[in-house]
Ligand binder design. Sequence first.
Ligand code: AMP
Length: 328
Amino acid sequence: METVVSGIRPTGNLHLGNYFGAVKSFLQMQHEYNCYFFIADWHSLTTHPHPDNIRKSVKTILAEYLACGIDPEKATIYIQSDVREVAELYLYLNMNAYLGELERVTSFKDKVRSQPNNVNAGLLTYPSLMAADIIIHKAVKVPVGKDQEQNMEMARKFARRFNNIYGVDYFPEPASFHLSEKAVKVPGLDGSGKMGKSEGNAIYLIDDEKTIKSKVMKAVTDSGPTVPNSEKPEPIANLFMMMDIVSTPDTYQFFNEKYNACEIRYGDMKKQLAEDINLFCKPIRERINDMLTDDAYLDRIAREGAEKAAANASKTLKEVREIIGFRG
Ligand code: AMP
């Protein structure tokens, strides 16, 4: 059975971008592949060096993964920092990762802009840690959102480079996996770009009805089209994209026709969108709140996941050490 790996950073709650960009694929893949889904707590230190309460954030993401329907009987769910072998592989990959190529990564350049006072080596080497996470399990498929394409290219490059340098055919090259032909990019509703924790525009699975409504009603719009069938400017296209993701095709079509006829009332559209988002989130939100009351269960899932993931990772690392020339 082919192996799949993917992770999410515990720097906030799961949002609709995480769900439709990644978790939705996890739910399908857990039935068909040998899956490892992890909580990337080491990665979160690149942007949050003093996590307020990392254990609490990790526990929340774990509850959210489970509430979305990830089944620990089918997939291995674990916390990145519980598998220390990943850190050793990261070290080996870093020895063959070059400054120029790391500096060219768009997400690194974005972070240099967004946190100029903390351009740390962890940010620079984010792609080699991500590659270590993936190839430690010799994964061939990685369900990720469109925003991760470049990091995935780096992961393939590092796997290939390891094989070339040591003259082996050891690590497979991992491919990005998307449920549909087109990778989903869940937009933000603040005018441009993607929905994200760092972007401050996220709608979280845990948000209650009122919060969802207030976030959606604040979505950026314009004064409406004046020419029939005109192209939608980005903020409007984003609103429609979100509707396409969470609402029924009929609903989408209704508002699309209104737009094309220059009769759109954005207020009505937003109200509908907020209702549809709430309809989608409500059952998940209820399960998250239930899960969060059961510490013993969450601890057991994390412990069992760590054991399974570490067993697999240490097998890879033993072979990697032998390939490089260290004691196995
Ligand atoms: P992060 O929240 O950055 O740790 O991302 C975790 C996962 O969610 C990755 O697979 C991302 O590709 C995915 N993801 C995050 N935001 C979005 C978004 N707006 N659209 C699609 N996928 C996303």
